[in-house]
Design a protein around this ligand. Structure first.
Ligand SMILES: C[S@@+](CC[C@H](N)C(=O)[O-])C[C@H]1O[C@@H](n2cnc3c(N)ncnc32)[C@H](O)[C@@H]1O
Length: 308
């Protein structure tokens, strides 16, 4: 009896577990492809970002090797090359303007450590060293950093490093009193800007100041390429529409574009969302056209509270 009841109960357990397994197996087989797709997507996005960053690094490295000063501050093609002293003077003027604005808007700012993100050849980094004890310049292009080190008059205060990562984890949270980034984020696709803005907030010391600018409209690189000023006597003699149509056909073949620089932008609300999502607080936004196109743009002043 006992034996028979055991057989019965074994059979029951066997039946039950087979029944119980069935929905589990179905669930597992339904979930597995979703998980696989998720993993593949995440890998593709990561690879995509890495490719975008690699392309950006490659472009700027080439520009830095060809004409570093002319790539940082473009001039009309007919103008002579930059005089080095004049070039660095533009950086001093920019930082003087910044320091005057800081005196009005954040007069109690500590002036120990500053970060110049996308420092190029150190045009602003050098000038910041007159106001901060130590300034760190970071750039994706090794050629730019090499030139920045060569031109560095105060190596004890100005340090330069290449960063080819879509983050700034080499710097601890809350490291810098001032984070400054000028004419940099505008050259990155929005997917990278979304990565760097939270990082720029993170490395900011509590009570510190982050200042950067960005055009507000996401410009279309193909349109900018087609509508760029026409150079050359022959092309200028042709109807403008014809030149634009020709450029439209040529665009897919031009990777990177002949200027070597892509231009992007981001809606102001999106920038504010990114800043606030990272624990930053916008102090003020002012209109800014330093990106040099007709698209509207803004300069963002951001701080970070101790709690963040
Ligand atoms: C127009 S230059 C401006 C340089 C400097 N901010 C100035 O105003 O003199 C843009 C710089 O941003 C750098 N850059 C572009 N993408 C970057 C990235 N993801 N990380 C760091 N630097 C980047 C380029 O290599 C280049 O040196």
């Amino acid at each position: 009896m006992a034996a028979s009841s055991n057989v019965e109960s074994d059979r029951f357990v066997a039946t039950l577990s087979a029944d119980a397994q069935w929905p589990l197996q179905r669930l597992a087989s339904a979930v597995t492809p979703v998980v696989d797709v998720g993993i593949t997507l995440a890998r593709t996005v990561r690879r995509g970002r890495a490719t975008e960053l690699a392309r950006l690094g490659h472009q700027w490295n080439a520009l830095g090797r060809r004409d570093a000063l002319g790539a940082v501050l473009t001039r009309p093609w007919t103008a002579p090359e930059w005089d080095v002293a004049d070039f660095f003077e533009t950086g001093r003027a920019d930082v003087e303007r910044l320091m005057r604005a800081i005196a009005r808007r954040a007069p109690r700012l500590t002036t120990r450590r500053a970060l110049d993100f996308g420092c190029g050849v150190g045009r602003l980094t050098q000038a910041l060293a007159s106001h901060f004890t130590a300034v760190q310049g970071v750039d994706v292009a090794a050629s730019m950093i090499a030139r920045a080190r060569l031109e560095n008059p105060t190596p004890a205060r100005c340090h330069f490093v290449v960063n080819r990562r879509p983050h700034l984890r080499r710097f601890k949270t809350g490291t810098f009193d001032l984070v400054y980034s000028r004419l940099v984020l505008q050259h990155m696709p929005p997917s990278l800007v979304r990565r760097y803005i939270p990082e720029l907030v993170r490395v900011l010391a509590p009570g510190g100041l982050l200042v950067f600018q960005l055009p507000a409209v996401i410009s279309d690189p193909r349109r900018s390429f087609c509508e760029a000023p026409v150079r050359g006597r022959f092309k200028r003699a042709l109807p403008r529409r014809m030149v634009q149509a020709y450029r439209g056909l040529k665009y897919p073949l031009c990777q990177p574009p002949p200027s070597g620089m892509d231009m992007f932008g981001m809606a102001r609300d999106t920038v504010v969302e990114l800043v606030e999502g990272a624990g930053g607080r916008i102090i003020v936004t002012t209109s800014d056209d330093s990106h040099g196109t007709r698209a509207p743009g803004f300069e963002y002043w951001v701080t970070r509270s101790a709690a963040a």
